[in-house]
Design a protein around this ligand. Structure first.
Ligand code: SAM
Length: 251
């Protein structure tokens, strides 16, 4: 896990032996389960460290300077959460980006939402195998959760990587975010254009673009981006629309 340790340090995260051991177990379980569950196309040891683990941890860049990180961060003593945050990872797949963040930030109260049964089975297994507490794995769709009182406008932090185009994603994420909370969408190239295409959707749903942060990861040629949205107004009751509608008729 050398690449991961070095890359994490550049993000301001000092990973301990315990963290690295957890990532090693995560890697081994991912590969073992991938054979029958087809969880990821990325299986090579170094690539998993960079494209899954480190890329997930890069979300921390969106939190630097926010109320979510403790002042210790500013003093360069490694980043810590200022308080236990509620966080949901929408379309988590094999746990990205939510689980690497949970390994590093144990105070995260994490919900992993995933629509596909076999991925949910893996998520339940890996959470137990890593002995992680305060993690809830849910099988369901973002459109359903966004209309449930328990989840609607509940989360401090709403995350997603590789789930949908930006206008669709805005309808998945913003209804789950509390007023004043943040949504982080991890994107590849053309983040500016992707956000521009979603400006209308973001405004309708009660959001505002806070910033787009470029991310350079050790060992990765391409630049990746964090699209950070702030929840500034309540989401109108009719959103999210019923499952499938955001994709069929994007706002
Ligand atoms: N976030 C993971 C990652 O980056 O490795 C998984 C990405 S995978 C390409 C997209 C995942 O989102 C799939 O596992 C799919 O089942 C899930 N998904 C897509 N639409 C969803 C929705 N509306 N609600 C919940 N999960 C959804």
């Amino acid at each position: 896990m050398k690449l991961l340790r070095e890359g994490a340090r550049q993000l301001g995260l000092d990973l301990t032996q315990e963290h690295l051991q957890a990532f090693q177990v995560y890697y081994e379980e991912l590969i073992a389960w991938n054979a029958k569950f087809n969880l990821t196309a990325i299986t090579e040891y170094e690539q998993v460290q960079i494209r899954h683990f480190l890329d997930s941890l890069s979300c921390v860049k969106a939190l630097v300077g926010s109320e979510y990180l403790s002042p210790a961060a500013a003093e360069g003593r490694g980043l810590h959460l200022a308080r236990p945050l509620t966080c949901i990872d929408v379309g988590s797949g094999a746990g990205f980006p939510g689980l690497p963040l949970k390994i590093v930030f144990p105070r995260l109260r994490l919900t992993l939402l995933e629509a596909t049964g076999k991925k949910v089975t893996f998520l339940e297994h890996i959470v137990e195998r890593l002995g992680l507490r305060q993690v809830t794995v849910l099988k369901g769709r973002a459109e359903e959760l966004g209309q449930m009182a328990k989840h609607r406008e509940h989360y401090d932090l709403v995350l997603a990587r590789a789930v949908a185009e930006m206008p669709v994603l805005a309808e998945y994420l913003l209804p789950l975010c509390r007023l004043g909370g943040l949504c982080i969408a991890q994107k590849g190239s053309d983040a500016q254009a992707k956000v521009a295409s979603a400006q209308r959707a973001i405004a309708i749903l009660g959001g505002r673009l806070k910033k787009i942060i470029p991310v350079e990861l050790t060992g990765l040629a391409e630049t990746r981006y964090l699209v950070v949205l702030e929840k500034t107004a309540r989401t109108p009751e009719k959103y999210p629309r019923r499952p499938g509608m955001p994709t069929k008729r994007p706002l």
